[in-house]
Design a protein around this ligand. Sequence first.
Ligand SMILES: Nc1ncnc2c1ncn2[C@@H]1O[C@H](COP(=O)(O)OP(=O)(O)O)[C@@H](O)[C@H]1O
Ligand SMILES: [Mg+2]
Length: 337
Amino acid sequence: MPLITVQDLRKRFNLEAGFFAALGQYVYAVNGISFEIGDNECYGLVGESGCGKTTAARLLVRMYDASSGTIRYRGGDIAAFGKKQLGLYREKVRYVFQDPARSLNPRMSVFDILVSGLRFSSMWRGRGGMRVKAAAILEEVGLSQADLERRPAEFSGGQRQRISIARGLLVEPELLICDEIVSALDVSIQGQILNLLLDIRKRRNLSFLFIAHDLKAASYFCDRIGVMYRGELMEEAPAADLYETAGHPYTKLLFSSIAGRAKGDGGEVSRPAVLRGEVKTTLAETAGCAFAERCPLASGPCFSEKPPLREIAPGRKIRCWNSGGHPGASGPPPAHT
Ligand SMILES: Nc1ncnc2c1ncn2[C@@H]1O[C@H](COP(=O)(O)OP(=O)(O)O)[C@@H](O)[C@H]1O
Ligand SMILES: [Mg+2]
């Protein structure tokens, strides 16, 4: 049984204030995503800013309730968890925040930051016991026992991220959700943090949900990757060969935004060095493909019929009428006239 099973998960936000509320509108942040995370597996959620990654992560720790769909932890529906069960679940599935500059309280010592919120957890061993544990974890993430007394401002961005990771590890989780934890760092520091995560993973048999807008960092770290666009999964594939075998035009565009060029169907094709346009806030459920308006391959039907997420090879799924290498079954549905 997988550690986590997400099935047709949806979240729309009710806009309670402002212009959109007057129109009775919603923001459709997550629009029917499904995926699994196994034991000691690293699953990546990748996509541009605004595509719903953080919302998905927050749904996973029940920071928000889902509009529909289910999240199962070893088969158990987390929406049905009572207070105590939810507390234990949140020790097993830990969310490492996106932005340590804002999530680490500047007035608290590192020790107090590490143990904040844990006094009523099953892991609490008294302040003395927790000091021993916190010191060991700080060393595991490449800091030292002396750092327990220091304050966040005394650390660099990379070190603050290590503190966030240490806080996540302190309760010995089974799954660590890392939400853009390397995005704000210099490339060389990013590499150090990714290698730290790889070490931790080996040592602790941990699973990860690794969230990033950088497909390259995710490919380096993850086993499997789900590519998100406007709240939907557009492609899911093993990370190792995603660069060579990317099937969805959006995945190709994401890679080309890193490399400047990407493989097209007819060999090497130049692509724009940066993605043009940006993800629009989704205020209505789209009828066609969510990516159609930015897609170089889109034709009429792509705007009116939503392609299903199809499995085109073992472990490889794609949501696109035009690609997937599945003769007969591929190609858009007949155009409406
Ligand atoms: N609490 C909220 N209330 C209203 N809209 C939200 C809220 N959180 C996120 N959104 C909207 O949902 C969409 C997805 O956001 P988010 O999950 O943060 O994406 P990502 O993490 O991929 O950048 C965006 O359009 C964002 O503006
Ligand atoms: Mg985010």
